[in-house]
Write a protein that binds this ligand. Sequence first.
Ligand code: ADP
Length: 490
Amino acid sequence: MATLAESKFVAPIIRQTNMLINGKWIESRSGKRFQTINPVNETVIAEVAEGDAADVDAAVKAARAAFDSGPWSKMDARDRGRLMNKLADLMEANLDELAGLETLDNGKPIADARAADLPLAIDCIRYYAGWADKLTGDTIPIRGNYFCYTRREPVGVCGQIIPWNFPLLMAAWKWGPALAAGCTIIMKPAEQTPLSCLRLAELAQEAGIPDGVINVVPGFGATGAAMVKHPGIDKIAFTGHYETAQKIMIDAAATLKRLTFELGGKSPNVVFADADLDAAVAGAEFGLFFNQGQCCCAGSRVFVEQSVHDKFVEKVVARAKLRQVGDPFDPKTTQGPQVDADQFHKILSYIDKGKSEGATCMTGGNRVGTKGFFIEPTVFTGVRDEMAIATDEIFGPVMSILPFNGVDEIIERANSTYYGLAAAVWTKDVQKAHRIAAAVRAGTVWVNCYDVFDAAAPFGGFKMSGMGRELGAAALNNYTESKTVTMSLG
Ligand code: ADP
């Protein structure tokens, strides 16, 4: 494993560890700070201001003022778009620093942060900048002598709670539609990875987004819960575990907040015998191992048609063995550490469960090294539908391969999960591809590809994988209210 000293890239300077409320970078009211840990070597990267209910309350006051009477509510929509484009330009100008912060805090390979996280995040802000002045209502021909029209108005103050797997990208997915719609924001980054979001908020200030429009309150689950309960927040957008979403639903009941959730998955990746097998193998590797397996849409149930099963296994195991696990600042690294000790131990316990339930570990299955949260790329065969490694979201580099026979069988088995985030199918038969695409109960279906994301294409879950959609025009529905205005024409 390459050491940090051998890296070509160096970790960036950490400029900001305070919280942002009403344009001021401040300590928490309690004075508390929490540590963010380097997953490569388990050392402390920085101590970050920890928000509690009092800080959330201050952030809500700032966001309410900016929304209700402040500059944001008075600004022309086109000017909002202009500021968002300026933010995207600043993200581009500071791409190396932001990618470095992401790699330092999260452990993801710098090559991925530079080639995926940053370009997607920048594109997302630009895409929504274009929407700012295009949110129009309708004129409606109602009965009688009236003029009736609808207005699309911002939903208000938005509480946004994000996870640690794509910290900057998740911030962009949430800020983009909120800012375009004219909402103001209180964001809580994940406790594991607050650094890139804090820097992004500095850039938003530099871009000229007025004070109070974006507030960032780092902290743990309790900070998020304080946001969910606060009567001054109109909407909560949350990405994370479904059990947290269940708590949020309960906490949000008192104030009947608008809720959108993007949750987990156990996505089926279905390889038919008539597929381009090498492409399917490459897609299965990418679909599962990308980002250390820490993707809500990871293709973690790889169903392979019986007649090509053995050939597929041989090829995918060979590819898994070639993955470069190590220092994420080494540009050659394809797999860094898992984000923290909790995830690391959870993944290893699932690997143990897989073995004890009788699946065959074809490669991997162990920790790499003795420091940091590195796990070998792991592939299980002989997996049955009821095994824990086939039902539960592992969120790690663990692939479960399950054989199947025919279209009817695979539709039933692909759908036998409480999740419904994503699915993929590999086949050269167009009819089969469309049949699967229609029958699988998931928010996204990829055909002969995996993890193709675009700011314009909606993303979200069926069933317990979520509520509402992010990205595309669809996300704007979550950040706007429709108002009907009816005027007598005498
Ligand atoms: P993960 O398993 O990805 O860490 P979580 O759902 O635990 O998913 O966390 C996602 C985000 O939700 C984090 O920012 C976390 O601090 C926040 N969070 C955790 N518990 C709560 C809660 N009860 N209410 C609101 N936010 C919470």
